[in-house]
Design a protein around this ligand. Structure first.
Ligand code: ZN
Length: 546
């Protein structure tokens, strides 16, 4: 972060064109903050938060000195990036946001590719799910930014993220600026004028990627985790320290420097756009994706994740210190889009006896073969859309054949010892929407919170706990996406200067963040219009009567 920030700031100051308005007067504690900063740390499970909390001394320690909930829940079943980000600033679960997963089937899409990406508009000619037009079209509800701009057009909404879906889902339709990492540096889907900060950070980052990068020097706490773990047909993981060859952009993305670059651009845009100095409260959403890439690439239990989290803590501390130095009156909320699970090979060494990779017999094709044998139905049975979660019957199956195929597929899944449950779409649709304490929800209630009648699959398959749905690790070695609490439970932290520290034990939801921040800045949210609930007393928040 330090060298990135310095490079970007130097480039900005050299331009000599920034008119910074005078500092605002010191904030009154009851007044709304001038800048809301909402941070999502991708795949930052509450298990990691609990383990590393004593090690944090920087930005995460600062946030822990506010209202720190370690029993936050992304309460739905499909714990993926797009649905998780869709809950944070809408106040709604995916059943309401419509963002049921990172991608789903739309058999009516006006193109050959019937798979759709969560953050695209598939009606745009010439697109497919890989070459898509980024769009909030699938998001069925407004975001906090939308409400802020409805109330005051002077409010600015700015997103910076490592992933397009993070920036998109946290801003929706209202972003003034939206920047996310791509193989061309930070890019935008909006036709806004490009701030000088973007070019400055992009060239600083390009220089960093172009140079070879030496390994980080692990502190003792991380060195204690450096044990190489063998994974079949894959290089061992566990003892890495982010040494990188010149030009390896993929390794950069899965390193602490990726988050540092997002924070560098965030800080530079605060400065250049004068966020937090306008007439109305501004919103900055920050999507930090490196923890997710590190988790997928190396698992969550080794030296790599340790270094990532300690660097993130330090870089967040630098980011906040910079805002402090500029005299900005800001409040922060930080959470995660989902949690994560370590590689089964290391989990077993740590005593998780049932940790395993998914049996190859659980691919849709193999289950389809079983169905064909049992029913005599011809042609493909299950569409090639995912391995667990939402699954779709092939569209040639209709009427009674479809019913028979569905029943046989569900029975075949249920017979497998790694499968916890398989539900039909009708069974899920009949389940009432859950409410109340998310730790008490049944598994089908969690699935119901991920259900959209138009987009969801014909059946939904849940693996037993600790089964990793990556059979043969060629790319990612570990993942998330299950309805189990290691994937659902995330930290939710609120911080404002001088607020009383409170380490809170009660279970809350990420959907509670939006109504709480709305109350903090005086934006009305109609009672019952969102799934989440305003949390009373956070940084002096007075919630509207329920
Ligand atoms: Zn994610």
């Amino acid at each position: 972060m330090r060298n990135l920030i310095v490079a970007a700031a130097a480039a900005l100051l050299a331009s000599q064109s920034l008119a910074i308005p005078p500092l605002p007067p010191p904030p009154s504690p009851a007044a709304p903050p001038k800048l809301l900063i909402v941070v999502s740390v991708d795949q930052f499970s509450a298990d990691l938060w609990d383990e590393y909390r004593p090690q944090f001394t920087g930005g995460l320690a600062r946030l822990a000195s506010g209202a720190a909930f370690h029993n936050g829940y992304q309460s739905h079943a499909t714990t993926e990036t797009c649905p998780g980000h869709s809950t944070i600033l809408t106040g709604d679960r995916p059943a309401r946001t419509g963002i049921i997963s990172n991608g789903w089937a739309n058999w009516n899409a006006p193109r050959a590719d019937k798979l759709v990406y969560c953050g695209e508009d598939e009606s745009v000619p010439g697109t497919d799910s890989d070459h898509y037009k980024l769009s909030p079209a699938h998001l069925r509800v407004p975001t906090l930014g939308d409400l802020m701009k409805q109330r005051s057009a002077a409010s600015r909404v700015v997103a910076v993220a490592g992933k397009d879906r993070s920036a998109l889902m946290m801003t929706g339709r209202s972003a003034n600026q939206r920047w996310y990492w791509s193989d061309k540096g930070f890019v935008s889907d909006l036709a806004a004028t490009s701030p000088k900060s973007v070019a400055a950070v992009n060239s600083a980052v390009a220089r960093i990627i172009a140079a070879p990068t030496p390994a980080l020097a692990p502190p003792d706490f991380c060195a204690g985790k450096a044990q190489p773990i063998a994974i079949p047909d894959h290089a061992p993981v566990g003892a890495g320290a982010f040494a990188r060859a010149a030009g390896d952009a993929k390794a950069f993305r899965a390193s602490p420097q990726a988050d540092a670059s997002v924070l560098a651009l965030s800080a530079a845009l605060v400065r250049e756009l004068g966020l937090g100095r306008g007439a109305s409260t501004d919103l900055l959403t920050v999507g930090l994706s490196a923890t997710d890439y590190v988790g997928h690439t190396y698992g969550t239990g080794g030296q790599e994740m340790c270094l990532q989290l300690l660097e993130l803590d330090r870089d967040l501390g630098d980011f906040f210190a910079r805002l402090d130095g500029w005299g900005i009156d800001y409040a922060v909320a930080l959470t995660a889009d989902h949690g994560g699970l370590d590689i089964p090979e290391r989990a077993r060494l740590h005593g998780v006896a049932d940790a395993a990779r998914i049996d190859p017999a659980l691919t849709p094709r193999t289950i389809g073969d079983v169905v064909t044998k049992e029913t005599g139905l011809q042609g493909p049975i299950l569409a090639d859309v995912g391995v667990t979660g939402d699954l779709y019957l092939d569209r040639h199956l209709q009427g009674r054949d479809r019913d028979r195929a569905l029943a046989a597929a569900i029975a075949a899944y249920k017979r497998h010892p790694q499968v916890f449950a398989a539900y039909s779409k009708d069974e899920i649709a009949r389940t009432p929407l859950p409410a109340g304490d998310p730790t008490r929800w049944s598994v089908i209630e969690r699935v119901r919170a991920s259900f959209d009648p138009e987009r969801s699959g014909d059946l939904y398959v849940v693996l037993k706990p600790n089964i990793t749905p990556i059979g043969h690790a060629t790319g990612s070695v570990a993942t998330h996406g299950s309805p189990w609490n290691y994937d659902r439970r995330v930290p939710i932290l609120f911080w404002r200067p001088h607020m009383p520290a409170a380490a809170r034990e009660e279970a809350i939801e990420t959907a509670d963040i939006m109504p709480t921040l709305a109350a903090m800045i005086g934006v009305p949210v109609a009672a019952g219009s969102v799934d989440g609930h305003c949390l009373e007393g956070i940084a002096g928040v007075a919630c509207p009567p329920r």
